[in-house]
Design a binder for this molecule. Structure first.
Ligand code: BG6
Ligand code: MG
Length: 220
């Protein structure tokens, strides 16, 4: 059976995607760029600076902002985002996740976190989940954002598990692509996800027997 499960954070452990969206929308509006929910879907799983790049491209303004100006916009967005995170606690853990983490730990299955968010450690702490994870990738050390497999390969290495022995759970297309490129098996949460080994509507459907059934139905 599988030796590890590696989780994305935003949209899988807790639903912060709409808070990233609100914060980016306000920051983008401040420089005359409108973004909608459909565009926001392309920002899921994408690092802060890469998200800003996409927003500037979307608004046709990439050439107008140098590195310093970009750093200021990214800091502004993050300040708003951190404000929106205030009051985050255990109640914000998505359905089924606490139970799944508990069941995996009981079975000795390694648990990893693969989030490109620099806020991930603070969010996990606010949710009271830090000690649940055997290894969390340090996003500040990554060279490439999802869909590059680097983050999932780093998580596997940190857990000392081969990618072929691991399942990744993601809510973003870039994340599913990253899992698949790493040689892991992918589980998608939500709709409009292409290429996931298994797609579920909600985290509430996640449990160990379901993951075991998924693992055994599609032998490598
Ligand atoms: C990902 C989110 O988890 O983290 C992205 O899906 C976000 O929307 C990225 O841009 C980076 O987050 P942060 O907290 O470092 O700005
Ligand atoms: Mg996500």
């Amino acid at each position: 059976t599988f030796a590890a499960v590696i989780f994305d954070l935003d949209g899988v452990i807790t639903d912060t995607a709409h808070l990233h969206f609100q914060a980016w929308q306000a920051t983008a509006a401040g420089i005359g760029i409108a973004i909608d929910a459909a565009f926001n879907a392309q920002l899921k799983g994408i690092s802060r600076m890469d998200s800003l790049e996409r927003i500037l491209q979307h608004g046709g303004k990439a050439a107008r902002y140098d590195a310093d100006a970009r750093a200021r916009l990214a800091a502004q967005k993050n300040a708003r985002y951190v404000e929106l995170l205030a009051g985050l606690d255990r109640r914000a853990i998505l359905p089924g996740i606490s139970e799944l983490l508990e069941a995996l730990a009981q079975r000795g299955i390694a648990i990893g976190l693969a989030s490109v968010s620099l806020n991930a450690p603070a969010i996990l702490a606010a949710l009271g989940l830090t000690s649940r994870f055997n290894y969390c990738v340090d996003a500040s050390r990554l060279r490439r954002t999802k869909p590059d497999p680097e983050i999932f390969l780093t998580a596997c290495a940190g857990l000392q598990v081969a990618p072929a022995q691991a399942i990744g759970i993601e809510d973003a297309q870039a994340g599913i692509d990253a899992i698949n490129a790493s040689g892991m098996r992918s589980v998608g949460i939500g709709s409009d996800l292409q290429g996931a080994g298994l797609v579920l509507d909600s985290t509430a459907q996640l449990n160990v027997p379901l993951l075991q059934a998924f693992w055994s139905t599609q032998p490598r």
